[in-house]
Design a protein around this ligand. Structure first.
Ligand code: FRU
Length: 489
């Protein structure tokens, strides 16, 4: 679909109710609508924004272009939740309706100030020559739940030495000060992040760049997030312009992290190397927050920019990932689905047995929306194949090579695939033998947690409607497997 600039910058209020209802109807007919993921009711969803637990309620927002599956004029769409498992639709929270954010209410975060929920975000403005201008804005929640923007930006200009690519504030409070970290591009076109500080959230002063070893690492860093976890500091960001390297960084843009020790006074960050957060095809721009028990939870965008998706022509695209709890083990982030998701389980089925080179169709694994836990009890196979969401024509394959410990996700026969993605596989080498796969399958996605959170493959799939089967086989030798499956609702 080719959209003119004018069409892309149409507001929701520019179209009639009849026209919008037509779009909604079309979206609702899609056979790829998810059932336990946050997805746009129409149009395009991208980054999760402003995720927070505040005064007993979880808030989650996302970037939204209402009118179609393109990156047009962005809004913030709002959900609340008591448990991170079921969500209440709160509608639009922020619209591009001021001179400081006329071309998009871009990404940002939420924080508490004097008991009230505040949002800090980037206002995107284009001038007549279509030159970009970025402002940093704040909005505060009112008694009636709506959000009121401050009269003017809290940061109006880009700091000296940088381009207008300056966005995605993540705010936190430390002692009596507020800090915000932003993604930014230096004038020499390398990516970085800068930190501002404030005592009253109205006046912000630049502290400077975070000092990492990554001085020449891509041309822009988007969606930074800096937090403490298990006595360490973690810096998550989404760099653009990183080349693929030994099965890593194969998507168009990356999301990853540094673990180490950060000093807020000197801005020095001593760290290990940059590690990719997810091994799948569709993961970007994650954001973290603390849940009501003080656990660090991550939610990402299950999608990437500049790639076409099978639902585009239906007038919608993308969803968010399920929430994952983060911990640090052996200097790496471990990601596990949050415990609350267990409440989505409906009926439990189990089975166990040997699989060998004759493909075994193990019952009862039919379905589209489920959680399937596969424990590898005894493995003498050279290579194991797990075929997920199988029909006559489609199959998504997970391949484990026992000798190399390489785990591969193969979307070659998954169904409709994006032309913009050139390889059909993603591979990673595990630190230890494959012991467990925990697969969350929704209508059009898979989130595969490996070895209790050692790594995750997050991917969209667009199979045909009969793709409900599951099979296991090996190249040679046999494997003893135990299956536990829950339907999810
Ligand atoms: C990341 C991003 C952010 C920006 C937002 C706009 O996907 O490009 O940097 O704020 O999306 O929708």
């Amino acid at each position: 679909v080719n959209w003119t600039r004018e069409e892309q910058y149409k507001k929701l209020s520019d179209i009639s109710e009849v026209e919008y209802n037509k779009l909604l109807e079309q979206v609702n007919q899609s056979k790829w609508r998810q059932i336990f993921h946050i997805q746009p009711k129409s149009g395009l969803l991208n980054d999760p924004n402003g995720v927070i637990y505040h005064n007993g309620t979880y808030h989650i927002f996302h970037q939204w272009f209402p009118l179609g599956a393109v990156h047009g004029l962005k809004y913030w769409y709002h959900y609340t939740s008591k448990n991170l498992m079921s969500f209440k639709d709160e509608g639009v929270a922020l619209s591009p309706d001021t001179e400081f954010d006329s071309h998009g209410v871009y990404s940002g975060s939420a924080f508490d100030y004097e008991g009230k929920l505040h949002l800090m975000y980037t206002g995107n403005v284009r001038d007549n020559e279509w030159n970009r201008k970025s402002t940093q804005m704040i909005a505060v929640q009112q008694e009636d739940g709506s959000f009121k923007k401050f009269d003017k930006p809290v940061i109006h200009d880009v700091p000296k030495g940088y381009t207008e690519h300056f966005r995605d504030p993540k705010v936190w409070k430390e002692k009596d000060k507020y800090y915000a970290i932003f993604g930014i591009q230096r004038e020499n076109e390398t990516g970085s992040a800068v930190i501002y500080e404030s005592v009253n959230i109205k006046d912000w002063t630049l502290k400077g760049e975070i000092h990492t070893k990554l001085q020449d690492f891509g041309y822009m860093w988007e969606c930074p997030d800096l937090f403490k976890l298990d006595e360490k500091d973690v810096f998550i960001f989404s760099p653009q312009g990183i080349e693929p390297q030994n099965n890593q960084f194969e998507n168009i843009y990356q999301s990853g992290y540094l673990i180490g020790d950060f000093n807020i006074d000197t801005l020095e960050f001593e760290h290990h190397h940059f590690i990719e957060l997810d091994q799948g095809f569709d993961f970007y721009a994650p954001q973290t927050f603390l849940d009501k028990n003080g656990k660090r939870i991550l939610i990402g965008w299950m999608g990437l920019p500049e790639i076409d998706y099978a639902t585009d022509e239906e007038g919608w695209a993308h969803c968010l990932t399920i929430p994952r709890e983060l911990t640090i083990e052996n200097n790496k982030l471990v990601q596990r689905p949050i415990k609350a998701l267990e409440k989505l389980r409906t009926n439990k089925e189990t089975a166990e047995g040997y699989a060998n080179k004759h493909s075994v169709k193990l019952h009862p694994y039919e379905g589209k929306q489920y959680e399937l836990i596969i424990d590898i009890i005894e493995n003498e196979a050279t290579e194991i194949y797990f075929d997920v969401r199988v029909s006559k024509k489609c199959s998504t394959q997970i391949i484990y090579n026992t000798r190399t410990k390489q785990l591969t996700l193969d979307r070659f026969e998954s169904g409709v695939v994006s032309e913009a993605v050139d390889k059909a596989t993603r591979t990673t080498t595990l630190n230890k033998d494959l012991e467990q796969l925990r697969i969350y399958s929704d209508t059009s996605s898979l989130e595969i947690f490996v070895n209790d959170g050692e790594c995750v493959f997050t991917t969209r799939i667009f199979p045909d409607e009969n793709a409900v089967n599951f099979r296991t086989s090996t190249e040679s030798g046999q494997v003893y497997l135990k299956f536990t499956k829950y339907n999810l609702q």
